[in-house]
Design a protein around this ligand. Structure first.
Ligand code: AHM
Ligand code: MG
Length: 349
């Protein structure tokens, strides 16, 4: 019998979040209310994504975001939906998005606001027009002691290990939301018939080793040596078996497969882009928290992603994330960095 039909009790994401919250004595329910804003936005975004070819929502918006990238109409729609869904929650003080240069200060400026939410509303948006999976990533941070509304950056410039919760939604052949509040990783599939996210992947654990590596190999010649050695080993079978490659070009979709099937996903530094392409706060951090919660790990090639102290809301970072066996081998290949000699730097000066 199919899961969710009959024998297995049907658990919606709302119930699950409430259950999780009971672990914290004195919890007020604000956090659940906040997460419900994200699930509401995800439903709205998925509805638009599903009808994208039918409405006038495909294509560019004739504008560029803070990174100089052309914004797609769906990027902007998704951004607005998330901002709207979250800005009415009093517990949220600051929202920061890939699509906005500066964090948004919630007009209520409530003294009881406890959280900042950072997100990439629609990741992998170059895939939208060709009907390939895209996603939303989010990270929730607690307001630091003494942080006020005059200094919104302080709310969000925190290392990823301080995330209260993190997750993503992948708009694939079905819409799946995966989240963690630091107590395991759980996945929910949207049942379009009833409009509810239903628990479909409980307590996800990444396999110890996988069969796939996932990287944009077109840039291979520009990767640092240790990445090339690592890829060669994966291909040749030195790590127990030869790997196959899978690369969608939507981080959320590539990571979702890595989470469920194991293996490694990477966006390495390149000669031209020493920090790679992915953004630390709203792309790498949530993915790293999920990976660690599922038994995997994530690094920038020098340190644990979750230990990086961010200096800029939109800063980029290389990201290598995956299963235990692959990540261990990758770590062995890295030369310890020494700022004096330049040894182990991605590209020695
Ligand atoms: P975006 O936030 O502008 O959509 O870019 C991020 C995406 C990731 O989803 C994906 O991993 C990466 O860009 C793909 O980049 P590339 O085309 O260089 O391989
Ligand atoms: Mg993105």
């Amino acid at each position: 019998m199919e899961k969710g039909q009959g024998e297995t009790p049907l658990i919606t994401i709302a119930q699950h979040i409430l259950q999780e919250q009971r672990r914290f004595p004195g919890a007020t329910g604000e956090f659940s209310f906040l997460l419900s804003g994200i699930t509401l936005a995800a439903k709205q975004i998925q509805a638009k994504v599903r009808r994208a070819g039918l409405t006038d929502i495909l294509g560019d918006q004739d504008s560029a975001n803070v990174h100089g990238e052309v914004q797609q109409k769906l990027d902007l729609y998704s951004n607005e939906v998330l901002l709207r869904a979250l800005s009415f929650r009093e517990s949220v003080g600051i929202l920061a998005s890939e699509e906005n240069e500066h964090p948004a200060i919630m007009p209520h400026k409530s003294p009881v606001a406890k959280y900042a939410v950072v997100f990439d509303p629609l990741d992998g948006s170059s895939n939208i027009d060709v009907n390939v999976s895209v996603g939303t990533t989010f990270s929730i941070l607690r307001r630091p002691e003494g942080a006020d509304f005059d200094d919104p950056a302080r709310w969000v410039l925190q290392p990823g290990r301080r995330q209260m919760a993190a997750g993503y939604v992948v708009y694939g052949s079905s819409t799946v939301m995966v989240y963690t509040v630091g107590n395991g990783v759980h996945g929910f599939t949207l049942d379009p018939a009833v409009g509810a996210f239903v628990l479909s992947h409980e307590n996800i654990k990444m396999p110890d080793q996988g069969k796939y590596y996932s990287v944009n190999e077109a840039y291979r010649d520009n990767f640092p040596d240790e990445y090339i050695t690592f890829l060669n080993e994966l291909r040749s079978g030195e790590l127990n078996h030869p790997y196959a490659s899978r690369y969608i070009g939507s981080m959320v979709a590539d990571f979702h497969r890595t989470l469920l099937r194991g293996g490694v996903f990477m966006y390495p530094p390149t000669r031209d882009f020493a920090q790679g392409k992915l953004r630390l706060l709203y792309e790498a951090n949530p993915i790293a928290m999920l990976a660690e919660q599922a038994g995997g790990s994530a690094t920038d090639g020098r340190q644990r992603i979750l230990d990086i102290q961010p200096e800029d809301i939109h800063q980029r970072t290389p990201l290598i994330v995956g299963s235990r066996v692959e990540m261990q081998r990758f770590a062995e290949l890295l030369v310890p960095a020494s700022p004096d000699t330049g040894q182990g730097m991605a590209f020695p000066p």
